[in-house]
Design a protein around this ligand. Structure first.
Ligand SMILES: Nc1ncnc2c1ncn2[C@@H]1O[C@H](COP(=O)(O)OP(=O)(O)O)[C@@H](O)[C@H]1O
Ligand SMILES: [Mg+2]
Length: 155
């Protein structure tokens, strides 16, 4: 398992980091976003969308679990499982099939129990005061280790 940690000083820093990730993604990739309410999961997902060249702003709506956005080269499926009541509902979303045809970005993946794809990029955001966040990126699987290597600061 390998990872990288980043300190964000404000929403634009988190969004920019998401953009860097978005530029590295390709069809089949899975990104899981964890952290308390307001930690910045959606802000980071908005950056991912930007990085993929998507013009529409990614939004988390209260009633729709999954939203689709078409980019120039790739489709983004953005899911927010916060309101998921039964982990079995996730099976109905057919995540594996969706992921194969685009990028899957999931907020609150822990709501789905063990239903998440085993190989993924996990991003954990934590509060560090009102404006700052600690962002940890953890790779599970070789594909995601390659992404993490590209996210590491060069020295
Ligand atoms: N460093 C930061 N990174 C991301 N969001 C931040 C940061 N500092 C303050 N914020 C604010 O925190 C909130 C994060 O909201 P959101 O991304 O919707 O959280 P989540 O999806 O995790 O519930 C936004 O209002 C944003 O402006
Ligand atoms: Mg959110």
């Amino acid at each position: 398992m390998s990872g990288v940690r980043l300190h964000s000083r404000g929403p634009s820093g988190t969004r920019r980091f998401g953009e860097r990730i978005g530029r590295l993604l390709r069809a089949g990739d899975v990104v899981l976003l964890s952290g308390e309410l307001g930690a910045g999961k959606t802000v980071l997902a908005q950056g991912v969308g930007r990085g993929m060249g998507i013009e529409d702003q990614i939004k988390s709506s209260s009633f729709v679990i999954m939203n689709e956005y078409q980019g120039p080269a790739l489709r983004l499926y953005h899911a927010d499982l916060y309101r998921l009541e039964d982990p079995e509902q996730v099976a109905e979303l057919a995540l594996d099939e969706l992921a194969a045809s685009g990028v899957l970005c999931i907020e609150w993946p822990e709501r789905a129990g063990a239903e998440m794809p085993p190989e993924h990029l996990r991003i954990v955001l934590a509060y560090d005061g009102a404006k700052a966040r600690e962002i940890d990126v953890i790779a599970s699987g070789e594909r995601y280790e390659a992404i993490v290597r590209k996210l590491r600061p060069r020295r």
